[in-house]
Structures are given as C-alpha cells and as structure tokens.
Design a protein around this ligand. Structure first.
Ligand code: FAD
Ligand code: MLT
Ligand code: ZN
Length: 472
C-alpha cells in the first residue's frame, strides 16, 4: 500500500478538465506536447519513491516561457489547478498531483542560453538536467555549485524551486547565494523577468508561487585536485570531533563532509550491485571527506596528515584515501547510493531534519529504542551542515509503526529547535506539519504572499502550506 492523501479533500473551487480545455492546449502547444497517453501519465502521476500517486488526465510540455504563460493564463481563468514538474525526483510528494491537477512538465525547456567564461555565470532554461549542465560546464573548466544523487534526472528549475542542498553546500553554500536571478511565470500568466539583474527572491516556493522558466547561476571554477577519504569511526562523539578538526585543518579545501551509520552501510551493501566497504572491519559510523583545491601535492599531503593525526588521536579506527578517480567514485557510491538502496527495500519513511550537530545521533538512538524490532532505523546525511536524513525501512507500510514515528520525530526536532525540512521541502508530506519549524506569524505571512501571487490557489495546491492557512 502506498501512503495516501486520504485526509485531503479535493477543493470544490477547482474546475474539472473538459475536452475544450484539451483542444485549447493542443492549439497552443501542438498535439504532440499535450500528453493523454495512459502509460506516460502513469509515470508522471507517480513520485520517485512510488509513495505518492495522483490521477491527472493531462500533462503539458511547454517549449518556452511564452507557452508556460499562455497555459497558466488559461488555467487561472478556468480555475484549473496545476502542478509544476521537473525531473520528478522530489522526496516529499510535491512534484505529483494529489487529485486531477494538470501536470506542467518543463523537460522540453532544456537549453543553455549563455555562459560567461570570465564571471562563470550560467543562464539556462529551467528544464536543464543538473548533470547535463555539469557536463557542459566541465568543458569550460567550471562546475555546478550543487551536486546531488539525483543529478541524472533532476532539473535546475526543480533544484531552485526546492532550494535543494546536497553534497557541496558546505563549500559553496545554499542556492540562495549562488542563484543570481530567475525568470518565473505567476499564476495569471505574467512573466517576471528577474533574470540576472535582481538577486533571486522566490526560490524554495516548491511550485506554489510561480513556475521557474529560466535560471541564472554563479558557477565556481573546476579545480584540478580532488581527493576523497573514507573513514570509519567507533562513536558519534568522535564523528563530531573529526568534523571540528576537518574544518580547522582542511578548511579552505574541504568540499564535502558526509556521514552514514552502520545500518545505512549494510543497506547499501545488501541492495546495490558492485559495492564494497573499503574499510576491512566494519564499524559504527563512516565519514566521507572530499577536498578540492589546486595543488595536488599540497592537498594530498594535507589530507594524509589529517588522517594520520585523527588515527593517532584515536578519533578514527581506520581510513582510506582514494587512489584514483574510480575508487573515489566507489566511495561516493556508498553514500549517494543509500536513497536508491532504500527504494529497493519495500516501504520506508523518510525524514530530512536540521538539528544541532551534537543532538543528531541522539534522535536516531531514541527512535531505534522506541521501534525496537519493528523496523530498521538508519541515520546518514550532510553532517557538515547539521542535516540528518533519518530513514526507517519496514516490510510494508503500517499505520501503527507510523504512529510511533510521528509526531515523535517532529516533536523531538521542534524541541531541539531544529527544522523538519532541511533541504527536501515540505511538499504534501509535511504541509500540515509546518508549525513544527515555523511560527504561526511566519506561516500567515507565507499564506498572504501565496494569495497575492496566486489568488485562486491553482499552483500546486495542497502542498507546502497547511489547509488552515487559507481558512478565514
Ligand atoms: P521535482 O521533483 O519535479 O519537483 C520538486 C518540487 O519543485 C515540486 O514541488 C514541483 O512542483 C516544484 N518544481 C519543479 N520544477 C519547477 C519549476 N520549474 N518551477 C516551479 N516549481 C517547480 N535534495 C536535496 O536537497 N539534497 C540532496 O542531496 C538530494 N539528493 C537526492 C538524491 C536522490 C537519489 C533523489 C531521488 C532525490 C534527492 N533529493 C535531494 C531530492 C530532489 O532531487 C531535489 O529536491 C531536487 O531538487 C528536485 O528536482 P526535480 O527537478 O526532480 O523536481
Ligand atoms: C541525500 O542526501 O542522500 C538525499 O537528500 C536523499 C535522501 O535523503 O535520501
Ligand atoms: Zn540530502
């Protein structure tokens, strides 16, 4: 069974699609970009985790901003609800319809528009796949300031709309800092051209305020020396000490600091092909450290000295530095592959939390104790950013177990002044839970911004904000 939207009611304010609507869309987009094919709709209605499923009868594939504008203008006048969709890799059910919302998928808007080789500023359409942008930049000697396991499918527009974090945030910061501008279309079809002039100001809206059609982003130069170490650690306190030491000793070259616990490691080893633990004897925690700099000898010496010192201090039980690029990617595979491995387990519950670093593993332990043999609890994530991915895998979805997890996890997080949405967004999964990390005043302000930009509420309804925010 999948997690359902059973508590949510379809809003009676929205109209239902009719054949005249479809004809109109065909007129503006051409027949082949108006998708009614059942198989394609099945895919577009289903999220990456196969957990959330809508029943849309129509997917539209606009080729340019003007078409997005025409679509929205029409949908707004007809009160047809829509869901903007990028690569559909979102993990909170934000990218698929809840009911019959029209899917507006941006995948045909995939052109690089400009690249300035001096400033490193890239301007592209929102439907560009992250990995394709990275490949393009590589030929120019630059990299994307963000990287994540979904790079092969996710779109830059989706990344910006969720303000995605990922594996390089520790070095290049949040997208809020590197996105210089966006072009977006609001619900009534107005095109807001804020591309490259204004500092971006509407990211993280998860498709609820507008559709991002173009992005301008500052990209850092590609540096010649990349080193990756994979280390094992006996206890969580040592993991924290290693983080402090890494920031101090590897400071300017540190580009990733990721962790996984033993349960996450077992999961990956059991569910993915061709992976192995590079550490000979298993331990309770593993840390992946990446450095990126411009002097191979210097950087490597630094990392080796760091590892040696950590071993001497007893913080690390064992560690390996990748000898070549293949070994480096095999280390990364262990960390980045966890999400894919989870997908193969059957059912899983996923939480994406920001917490004070010293508290992170207390939550994992508390939940493990609470669930006992009922489920397998795993902790991994972006330790360098204080971001825990708490995941619970179980043979099949079970309301009783869910009742033990929620609201426990949310209350625990709120009590420690954390966030229940560190980087994945709220989507439909956590729209009603927003108060665990945002004050009523903040939520009310968000709702009034939403109302201003999308008075009829057609853009990605039932997501991000709680139902109560719109009640009088
Ligand atoms: P979608 O899933 O299609 O959409 C996500 C949300 O954005 C939806 O609410 C949708 O309506 C909205 N949206 C999409 N495109 C637009 C647009 N053009 N305009 C307006 N709204 C839009 N996330 C992280 O933050 N860090 C990670 O490290 C990370 N790793 C991941 C690893 C894996 C294996 C997977 C499957 C997911 C991971 N994610 C991660 C989550 C997800 O990939 C990101 O949220 C990603 O940015 C979503 O991009 P997308 O194009 O797939 O968007
Ligand atoms: C990650 O860091 O691996 C992603 O955010 C996906 C996940 O949480 O599983
Ligand atoms: Zn993550």
């Amino acid at each position: 069974g999948s997690a359902s939207f059973s508590q949510i009611q379809r809003s009676p304010l929205f109209s239902s699609l009719n054949s005249e609507d479809v004809s109109y869309f065909k007129e503006i987009l051409g027949d082949k970009n108006v998708i009614e094919d059942e198989e394609r709709l099945e895919t577009a209605n289903t999220d990456w985790m196969h957990k959330y499923k809508g029943s849309s009868k129509l997917m539209l594939l606009p080729k340019n901003t003007e078409e997005v504008s025409q679509i929205l203008k029409y949908c707004d006048s007809r009160s047809l609800a829509v869901v903007p969709q990028g690569g559909n890799t979102g993990l909170v059910g934000g990218s698929v319809p809840v009911f019959d919302e029209v899917i507006i998928n941006l995948s045909l808007m995939n052109k690089v528009l400009a690249f300035d080789e001096v400033s490193g500023i890239l301007v592209c359409e929102a439907g560009c796949i992250l990995e394709n942008l990275a490949t393009f930049l590589d030929t120019k000697g630059f990299i994307m300031p963000l990287d994540l396991g979904a790079k092969g499918s996710c779109h830059i527009g989706g990344n910006v709309s969720t303000n995605a974090g990922g594996l390089r945030l520790i070095r290049y910061g949040s997208l809020h800092g590197t996105v210089l501008g966006v072009e977006a279309v609001t619900a009534n079809g107005n095109v807001l051209d804020m591309l490259g002039t204004l500092r971006k100001d509407n990211t993280g809206s998860e498709g609820s305020l507008g559709i991002v059609t173009k992005v301008s982003i500052l990209t850092p130069p590609k540096l010649s020396s990349v080193n990756v170490a994979f280390i094992a650690c006996n206890d969580y306190l040592s993991c924290q000490k290693i983080l402090v030491e890494a920031k101090k000793n590897l400071g300017e070259i540190l580009s990733a600091f990721e962790f996984l616990d033993n349960s996450s490691m077992d999961l990956v080893l059991n569910h993915l092909d061709g992976v192995r633990n590079p550490i000979s004897s298993s331990d309770n925690f593993y840390i992946l450290i990446e450095t990126t700099g411009s002097d191979e000898t210097h950087d490597r010496e630094k990392l080796e000295a760091f590892l040696l010192k950590s071993l001497e201090k007893g913080l690390v039980s064992d560690g390996v530095i990748a000898q070549d690029i293949n070994q480096a990617s095999s280390f990364w595979r262990l960390r980045e592959g966890i999400t894919e491995a989870l997908q193969k387990t059957g059912a899983f519950y996923k939480y994406d939390l920001s917490l004070p670093v010293e508290e992170i593993y207390n939550l994992v332990n508390d939940l493990r104790e609470r669930l006992g043999d009922l489920a397998n609890v795993m902790g991994y994530g972006h330790l360098g950013d204080g971001n825990l991915h708490l995941n619970i895998s179980i043979a099949e979805y079970n309301e009783k177990v869910l009742g033990l997890i929620e609201p426990f996890v949310y209350e625990w997080t709120s009590k420690h002044r954390g966030s229940i949405s560190a980087e994945h967004g709220l989507g439909v999964m956590k729209a009603e839970e927003i108060f665990y990390s945002k004050s009523p005043e903040t939520v009310a302000l968000m709702a009034s911004i939403k109302k201003l930009l999308d008075p009829k509420g057609i853009l990605n309804p039932y997501k991000v904000l709680p139902h109560s925010a719109f009640s009088p």
